[in-house]
Each structure stands twice: as C-alpha cells, then as structure tokens.
Design a protein around this ligand. Structure first.
Ligand code: HEC
Length: 152
C-alpha cells in the first residue's frame, strides 16, 4: 500500500511538471519583454496630442471607406481637411524636438499622401491607392516605435 502511494505521488509529479515549467517560461517571457520597438519619451501634453491625432486618423480612414461605399468620393476632401486643420490647431509647441528624425521622416511621408487625399479628386481608384499609401506608413511606423507612459 505504501509503495502504491509513493508511485501515485511520483506519477502525479510527472504529470504536473510540464505545467509548472510552461508557467515559468511564460513568466520569463513577460519579464524579458518580446517588444523590441523603440520607446519615444514624451510629456503628458505631447503624448495626449499624438495619440489623439492617431485615433482621429483612424476615424478619418474609416469615414473615407464609408463615403466610398455609398459612392461619395467628393466628401473625402472635407474629411481630410477637417483632420489636418484640427491637428494644426492642437499641435503642441516644440513637439518636433522630442521626436527622432526617422519618426518625423515617416510622418512627412504619410502627410504627403494625406495632402493628395485633400486636393479633392473624385477618382475612387486614386483615393483607394492613396489610402493604401497612407496606411502603409501607419504600419511601418507602428512596427518600429512605441509610446510608453508620459515622462512627467
Ligand atoms: C511616424 C510614426 C507613426 C505613424 C506614421 C502613425 N503612427 Fe499611429 N502610433 C504611433 C506610435 C508610436 C503609437 C503608440 C503605439 C504604442 O505605444 O504601442 C501609435 C498609436 C496609434 C493608435 C493608438 C492610439 C491610442 O489612443 O492608444 C492608433 C489608433 C494609431 N496609432 C493609428 C494610426 C493610423 C491610422 C496611422 C496612419 C494613418 C498612424 N497611426 C500612423 C506612431 C505612428
């Protein structure tokens, strides 16, 4: 009987071991962090502005798709102009100094495509192409940078 209990105990240990080791692995991965994107250090005002601008861009891209679906390409120009004006108004002073050059370069590249969308073309294929160009720069930048908490 004693032997049986010991065997049962050993078997249960064996069964449990893969669970404990995978839990340890998960802990390790979390502490090492598999996110290797560059962290941009911003103060609270800058961070709030940039993330707000990001959300507004996503909303604008959604609204553009909605207008194209109901065959209203002429609305695109207004949606983009509204976003651009809003961004200019809320832009914190000296923000550029806190951003790395390659980040700003990607931003400029993206803005060129937003400008192409704001000129008022009614050509749906052209609009779709520029939307893809804009979204390609969204993705390139997101792959490289992150914004952690604010520094102040
Ligand atoms: C030049 C770099 C850059 C470009 C271009 C860019 N983003 Fe971002 N975006 C970021 C960074 C950095 C973050 C923070 C991500 C993080 O910390 O994980 C972010 C966050 C976001 C968020 C989350 C906002 C929040 O409230 O947390 C959204 C939505 C977003 N971006 C949408 C877009 C869209 C849509 C585009 C293109 C039209 C775009 N971004 C272009 C750098 C960029």
């Amino acid at each position: 009987m004693k032997k049986l209990i010991i065997i049962l105990f050993q078997v249960s240990l064996l069964l449990l071991s893969p669970i404990t080791s995978s839990a340890e692995e998960a802990d390790n991965i979390e502490s090492q962090s598999s996110d290797h994107r560059i962290d941009i250090r911003l103060n609270e005002t800058q961070r709030t502005f940039i993330l707000g601008h990001m959300r507004h861009m996503l909303e604008t891209l959604t609204a553009i798709q909605q207008e194209l679906l109901v065959d209203n390409p002429s609305e695109v120009h207004q949606l983009v102009t509204y976003m651009q004006e809003n961004t200019q108004k809320a832009h914190p002073k000296m923000l550029g100094q806190s951003l790395p050059d390659p980040f700003k370069q990607m931003g400029r590249q993206m803005n060129q495509h937003w400008r192409n969308l704001s000129v008022g073309s009614n050509d749906k294929v052209y609009i779709q192409k520029e939307v893809v160009n804009v979204m390609t720069t969204c993705n390139s930048c997101h792959a490289v940078y992150q914004i952690h908490g604010a520094i102040e």
